[in-house]
Design a protein around this ligand. Structure first.
Ligand SMILES: [Zn+2]
Length: 217
C-alpha cells in the first residue's frame, strides 16, 4: 500500500504513522528524517537544502520533491510506504503523483487526521519529543514512565520551539492556508479518507485501520 498521511500539527499524525508502519510492511518515510539524513550525509541535495535553511528560507519544492523521490526508490519502499509530512502543498502533491504515475505505482489512499484547532493547541503545548527516536509524549495526556525520559529508547525528551503556543497558532494558520487544500485535491481523485483524531492514540489507530480495512486485506 502506498499511503500519504496529513493533518494539522497536533493531530498525532507522526505517532499514528509509526503505529501503522509497525503493523505492516510499509516503509515509514518522514520528511524531517529525510532532511536530516541528506544534510548529515552531505549529499548534493542536502547541501542545497542547507544553503536555504542557513538563510532562514524555506527549502524550495523541487529540492524537497527530489529528496522524497530518491527515498522512494530505496528497496524498503518497493512494497509500500507511508509518507508523513509530505506533500504539504498542492504543487508538491502534483509532483509526487506525476513521478509515481511514471513508475506505475500510484497512491493507494490519503488519510486525513481531523482535529479542531483548540484540541491541537492543547496537545502541542504539553508535547515533549524524544531527541533520539522522535517519539512524542504529552505531560498531561501521555506522560513517560520517568519524567523527561523516552519509554522506548531511553533518549532525553525536550519541547521543540515549534511547540510553544505562539508558534503552534502560526503553524495552524499556515496549515489551513497551504496544506488543507490537499483535502479537496485528493478527494477529487477518490483517494481521501478521513479519520477523527480526537481520542486516545489507541482509538485513533483503530479508526485509521478501519478506514484502510479494504486495503490492509
Ligand atoms: Zn526515544
Amino acid at each position: 500500500m502506498r499511503l500519504v498521511l496529513f493533518g494539522p500539527p497536533g493531530a498525532g499524525k507522526g505517532t499514528q504513522a509509526h503505529r501503522l508502519a509497525d503493523h505492516s510492511d510499509m516503509a515509514l518515510i518522514a520528511t524531517g528524517d529525510i532532511f536530516r539524513e541528506n544534510v548529515a550525509g552531505d549529499t548534493v541535495l542536502g547541501q542545497e537544502a542547507r544553503a536555504y535553511m542557513e538563510k532562514g528560507e524555506l527549502v524550495p519544492d523541487d529540492v524537497v520533491v527530489l529528496m522524497v523521490l530518491h527515498r522512494l526508490d530505496e528497496p524498503d519502499a518497493k512494497d509500500g510506504f507511508i509518507l508523513d509530512g509530505f506533500p504539504r502543498t498542492i504543487p508538491q502533491a502534483q509532483a509526487l503523483e506525476e513521478a509515481l504515475a511514471g513508475q506505475h505505482r500510484p497512491l493507494s489512499a490519503v488519510l486525513k487526521f481531523v482535529v479542531s484547532d483548540e484540541v491541537a493547541v492543547k496537545r502541542l503545548a504539553g508535547r515533549r519529543t524524544c531527541r533520539r527516536c522522535q517519539r512524542t509524549y504529552n505531560v498531561e495526556f501521555k506522560p513517560p514512565a520517568v519524567e523527561g525520559v523516552c519509554d522506548v529508547c531511553g533518549g532525553g525528551l525536550f519541547q521543540r520551539t515549534d511547540d510553544s503556543e505562539a508558534t503552534v497558532r502560526h503553524r495552524l494558520e499556515v496549515y489551513h492556508q497551504d496544506t488543507e487544500p490537499l483535502e479537496f485535491y485528493f478527494w477529487e481523485r477518490g483517494l481521501l479518507r478521513q479519520v477523527d483524531a480526537d481520542g486516545t492514540e489507541d482509538e485513533v489507530t483503530e479508526r485509521a485501520v478501519r478506514a484502510l480495512s479494504d486495503l490492509l486485506g
